[in-house]
Ligand binder design. Structure first.
Ligand SMILES: [Zn+2]
Length: 323
C-alpha cells in the first residue's frame, strides 16, 4: 500500500512521542486549596473528600514547607470560622481566621504565593455569598462588604485577592479600594465565570457553607450558557482583573478554550471538589486507574488554562517529582 502520510510514524518511539508533546503539567502550575479552621493541631479529614483536610493555623507552616518541597508554589485559602453572623462581618476582622492564616504562613514561609478567596458564604449564618435584603442577596451591599474583607486580607499580607461571589461590579470596587490603600501592586484573580453547579457538593462539607434556604442561582451562572461567560470575562477584564478563574473546570473546557482564544489574559481552571471526589471514589475502588487524574488535569492545560486550582495537587506533584 502506498501511503505517504502515516501519523503513526511519530508514535512508535517513546523519545519521539516525548519530543512532540505540546502540553505540559508541572507542580508549579498547581494551586492547592486549604481549608483553615480554628483550634490547635487540628487535621480533620473531610468526609466527602478523602485525603483532604480542614487544618488549624498552627499546622500551616509545615504543610506549606511540604508544598514547597514538592515545587507547589501557590495556595488558595478558605476560612472555616467558629463564629458567623448575618452579613459576614467576621470576614472583615483583622484577627479573623484567614487573616491569622496568612500572617502565620508569611512569618515562616515567604516563598509561597498566598491567594485568598473573598466571599461571604463561609462567614454568614444563612450560608449565602453576601448580605441578604428582602429575601435575596443584595448586590451593592455585598460589594461594599467584600471590599472591606479584601482590604483586611491585604493588610494581613495576602499576595492575591480572589473574589468568588459573582456580584456585579465587585472587581471594580475591590480594585479601587486596594488602590486607595496603596495596594496597587496586589493582583486580583477573579472568579469571573462561576457556574451554579452540583459539582460543589463536597466543598460544602469542607467549608461548611451550605445555604440554609434557596440556592445560588440568582448570582452564579446557568450552566447552559456560554455567551454570558464571555460577557462576565470581558466585564472583569475591563474592571481590572489580572487573571480569570473558570469554575468548575472538567465540564467547562469549552469555556476555558473560548475565553483563552479571545482574550490575552491568564486563565485558571478550578478543578472542583465534586470532580476530585468523583475521580477518587472510582480510583479507590479500583474501577479506574490513577492515570485519569493526569488526563483530566492535562485536558485543562490543553484547553488553555495557565494554572489549575486542584485538590489533587500533592499527589500529582509527588508523582511528577518521582518520575
Ligand atoms: Zn461564596
Amino acid at each position: 500500500m502506498s501511503q505517504k502520510v502515516r501519523l503513526r510514524r511519530l508514535r512508535y518511539n517513546k523519545t519521539v512521542r516525548d519530543l512532540f508533546e505540546d502540553t505540559h503539567l508541572r507542580p508549579q502550575d498547581l494551586i492547592y486549596p486549604i481549608f483553615v479552621c480554628e483550634g490547635k493541631n487540628i487535621k480533620n479529614e473531610i468526609k466527602s473528600m478523602p485525603g483532604q483536610y480542614q487544618v488549624s493555623v498552627d499546622r500551616l507552616p509545615s504543610l506549606c514547607n511540604r508544598l514547597i518541597e514538592l515545587n507547589i508554589k501557590s495556595v488558595i485559602l478558605f476560612g472555616v470560622p467558629d463564629i458567623k453572623d448575618d452579613d459576614g462581618k467576621v470576614a472583615q476582622d483583622d484577627n479573623g481566621i484567614v487573616q491569622r492564616a496568612v500572617k502565620e504562613i508569611k512569618k515562616t514561609n515567604n516563598e509561597i504565593l498566598v491567594i485568598v478567596d473573598v466571599c461571604h458564604c463561609q462567614y454568614t449564618l444563612h450560608g449565602h455569598c453576601g448580605t441578604i435584603d428582602k429575601g435575596d442577596v443584595d448586590n451593592d451591599k455585598t460589594v461594599t462588604n467584600l471590599g472591606l474583607q479584601a482590604i483586611s486580607l491585604a493588610r494581613a499580607g495576602a499576595d492575591v485577592i480572589a473574589p468568588s461571589d459573582m456580584m456585579d461590579g465587585r472587581v471594580n470596587h475591590i480594585r479601587n479600594i486596594l488602590d486607595k490603600n496603596s495596594f496597587e501592586k496586589l493582583p486580583i484573580f477573579s472568579y469571573s465565570v462561576k457556574y451554579a453547579s452540583a459539582f460543589y457538593g463536597p466543598f460544602r462539607d469542607a467549608a461548611e457553607n451550605t445555604p440554609q434556604h434557596g440556592d445560588r442561582k440568582s448570582y452564579q451562572m446557568n450552566y447552559k450558557n456560554s455567551l454570558e461567560a464571555m460577557r462576565e470575562a470581558e466585564t472583569d477584564i475591563n474592571e481590572g482583573a489580572d487573571a480569570l478563574i473558570v469554575k468548575p473546570a472538567m465540564s467547562y473546557l469549552d469555556i476555558i478554550y473560548r475565553i483563552k482564544s479571545k482574550y490575552s489574559i491568564p486563565v485558571i481552571a478550578y478543578n472542583v471538589s465534586g470532580e476530585y471526589s468523583m475521580a477518587h471514589s472510582a480510583i479507590d475502588k479500583n474501577w479506574i486507574d490513577k492515570q485519569v487524574i493526569f488526563e483530566i488535569l492535562t485536558s485543562m492545560k490543553r484547553a488553555g488554562a495557565n494554572a489549575i486550582i486542584t485538590y489533587h495537587a500533592i499527589e500529582v506533584a509527588e508523582y511528577l517529582n518521582e518520575n
